[in-house]
Design a protein around this ligand. Sequence first.
Ligand code: ANZ
Ligand code: ZN
Length: 830
Amino acid sequence: NERYEPQAIEGKWQTRWDDAGIFRAGSRPGAPKKYVLEMLPYPSGKMHMGHVRNYLLGDVYARYFRMKGFDVLHPMGWDALGLPAENAAIKDGVHPAVRTAENIASFKKEIKSLGYCYDWEREVNTSDPEYYRWNQWFFIQMLERGLVYRRFSKVNWCTGCHTVIANEQVKDGVCERCDSPVVDKEMPEWAFRITRFSQELLDALDTLKEWPHRITAAQRNWIGRSDGAEADFRVQGHDAALRVFTTRIDTIFGCTYVVLAPDHGLVAQVTTPERRAEVEAFVRRMAAQSKTERLGEGTEKEGVFTGAYAENPFTGQAVPIWIANFVLSDYGTGAVMSVPAHDERDFAFARKYSLPVKVVIQPASGDKLPPGDELEAAYTEYGVLEDSGAYTGQTSEQARQAMAASLEKDGKGKATVTYRQKDWGFSRQRYWGTPIPIVYCEKCDPDRNGIPVPVAQLPVRLPEIDTQAVLTGKGEPPLAKVASWVNTSCPKCGGPARREAETMDTFVDSCWYFARYLSPHYDAAPFDPKEAQRFLPVDIYVGGPEHAVMHLLYFRFWTRVMKLLGLSPVDEPVKRLITQGIVNGPDGRKMSKRWGNVVAPASIVQKYGADTARAYVLFAGPPERDFDWSDEQVEGVFRFLKRVWALAATHQAAAAGATHDGPYEGKSLEIRRAAHKTLKRVGEAIERLSFNTAIAGIMEGLNALYAQGTPETAAEKAAMAEAVRLLAAVLTPFAPHIADEIAEAYGSKDFTVAQSWPEFDPALVVDDVIPYAVQVNGKLRAEIRVAADAGEADVRAAAEADEKVQAALAGKTLRKFVFVPKRLVNFVAT
Ligand code: ANZ
Ligand code: ZN
C-alpha cells in the first residue's frame, strides 16, 4: 500500500496484541524483571493530554525493556473512589458507582486507542470491594500495632466539600479543590502514625538517587526535622516550671521574656488577679480564631502579659511571662523563650511592647552589633557567644551542644529532635470511600475507642443507597443516614452496635495499589509475597510532581508498613521517579476548560492516528519539562511518519529477495552506517530519558537514508532492507503500529516488541568526534565533544547535560537556541 493510512492499521494491531497477550507480565520467568508504572488515573470521563504524556513515558520504557529481554510488568488501573464522583452525585443524583463505571469504560477505550502496552489482566479498580477490603485489612493490622489510632483534634473542615481535608490540601486558607474557606473543627478522627517513620523516611531520601531533587527536597522540608532543646523556666511563686522548646538554646542568655500559647495549660494558673480579665479576654478571642487566621501572613503579632515571671535556668534571672497569638499549643511544648536580638518575630514583638533586647551572639566575622536598644533588626545567624557566662566565646554550634548537655545533667531539660510532619488523619465524612471497619458498642466500649470488625467479616461493603436521600452534601456523614447499614451487632457481645460512618481518605487506596497489581486476584492477603519478591520495587514510576508530599510520601510510609507485616521485602516502593512536565495549549497556558485551549487526544488520534499523537507528544520536549502544543509540529510529525512509510513502500519489492554475503562498500556501507548509527543513538537517548532526541535521531537517520537515493546493487538492496527493518525496530517504542505494519511487510513473523532490540555493529558507528563551544548568552561556559555528524538535537542534549551549562541556565527561561554546525551553540536565556 502506497498511502500511509493509520486508521486502517492501528485498530488491527491493537487487537492482535491483545489477542496474543504479548504484554502479559510473568511470561519470562528466567529473565530479569522491570516494573514500569504510571500513576493510576482518577477516571474522569475524558482523557487529557497530560494523561497521554504520562502514560507514554512509561510505555516507551515498557516496550523498550521488553525488547531488551526483560520480563516487564506494566499495569493500569483506576483510582475510582473519591470526591468528584460524590460531588457530581450530590448535584445530579447519579450514583457514584454508576458514573464511575461509565467513566472507566470511556477512559479505557481512549487509552486503548493510543496503543499502550498494558497487561489488562491485572487491571485494578479501587472501588471494588475486593480491593478496598484490603484497605480494611491493613487498617486492622495497623490498629493492632499502634499505627492507627483515634484522636480528637482540630481538623481542617472544608465548608464547600463538607469534609475534612489534609493540611496539604489547604492553600492560603481555602480548599485546593473547591476554593471554599477552610475552618478549624474539633472532631474525633482516625489517624495513621506516620510520624513513627519520620526519621526513616528522611534518612532513606539519601538512597533515592534516581528521584528528582526537587521531590526529595520537598519531602525533606515537609518532614522538617529540627534539632533543638527543651529547657525548664521555674515559675516564680508557683510550684511549677514551664518548659520551652527552642532551636537556638545558644541564645538563652539573651532571653528577655517567655511566651505561652493562649491555650497552654499553665495560663490560668499563673495569671495574676490584676491581669486576669485582660488575659481571659485574649484567650477567648484566640479560641474563636482558626489557626490559619491566627498565623496568616498579614496577621499582626499580638499578646498580653500574664503578670507572672519565670526564671532562666542558666542565669536565674526573672523574665515576664506573656501569651501571644503566634505561639501554637500543638507545636513543641507550646511555650517559647523569646530572644528578640536574634529572632525576627521576637524582635518585632519586643519593639511593639517595649520589652528589652539583649545581644548575646556576635558575627563570626568580627563585626560588632550595636547594643540591644540600638539594634535595627534581629541578627539571626550563628556566631560567637558574648555575655553568656561560662559559654562566652564559644561558637553557636559548640554552645548548643554544651548547653543541652548541661540542662540534661541538671534535670532541667534535654536535647530534642522534632519533626514538622504530623500524623495522617484519614477519616472523611464521605460515602464514596472505604468504610472504616469499626463498630461502637456502648456496653463493651463505653469510651468509644472502637471495636475492629473481625478480619473474617471483611469486606465491610458500602451499602446500596437511595442516592438523592443520602448524598445531600449536608449534615452528618452520609453513611450515618443509612440505618440498615449503620446499625449492626457488636462483634464481642452480639448486642446492638453502630458502625463507624466515616470512610477512608482515598490516598489510602493509592498507597499500595502498585503491590495489588502483582496478584490482583489474590485473596489470602493484599498481594502474594512471592510476587513481591519477584517484582518489587517499581523500577520506573511516572507521574505529576504535584504529588510530591502527599501520595509520594504516604506510599513510602505504607511500603515500610508492608515490610513490617512481612508482605514485602523492600523499604522503598520506587527506584526511579520521573515527574513529567505540563502540556500547555498553543497559548502557553496549561490546557484547561477554563482557557478553552484543550486539545482532545481523541481528535488527534482520529485525524492523524495514534502513532502521530504518540510521537508528537514525545518529540515536543524533554519529559520533565513543560511544552506548548503546536499544531504545526503535529503536522510535522505526521509528515515524518508518512516519509517513513514511503521509504518502506518504495524499497519493499527490492527488499523481498535481497541477499548479500560480501563486503559492503561505498553506498551500501553508507546505508548501513546511517542505520546503525540511528540504532545506537536511539538506544542511548532512551536510556537517558531523552525521548525527544531519540525521535530526532530517527528523523535524521531517515534523512540520511533518503539521501542515498535508490539502491541499485544487491549489496545496496540488502543494506536498505536491513535499514528499514532497523527503522521499524527503533520506532517500536514511539510509533508501534506503523512499526509492526512495516516489519510485517518486510517479512517479520512476530511483533516488533516481541523481538530483541537489535545490537548495533560497533564498526559501523565509529565517528569522528569534534569539539563544540557552548555559550550561554554569548559567554563561553563549556566545551563538549560530540560526533562530527551529530545533529542539532544531539548537540543540544549534550550541551544541556553539561553541569556548567546547567548552572548558568539555572532559574532562567530559555528564549532562543542558536546552532552553528560543527562550531558552537548558544543558549539565549533571561
Ligand atoms: C528561642 C529562639 C531564639 C528561637 C532564636 C529561634 C531563634 P522551628 O525551626 O520551626 O522548629 N517556637 C517554639 N515553639 C513554638 C510554638 N509552639 N509556636 C511558635 N513558635 C515556637 O522553630 C523553632 C523555634 O520556633 C523555636 O526556637 C522557638 O523560637 C519557636 F534566636 O526559641 B526559638
Ligand atoms: Zn458489645
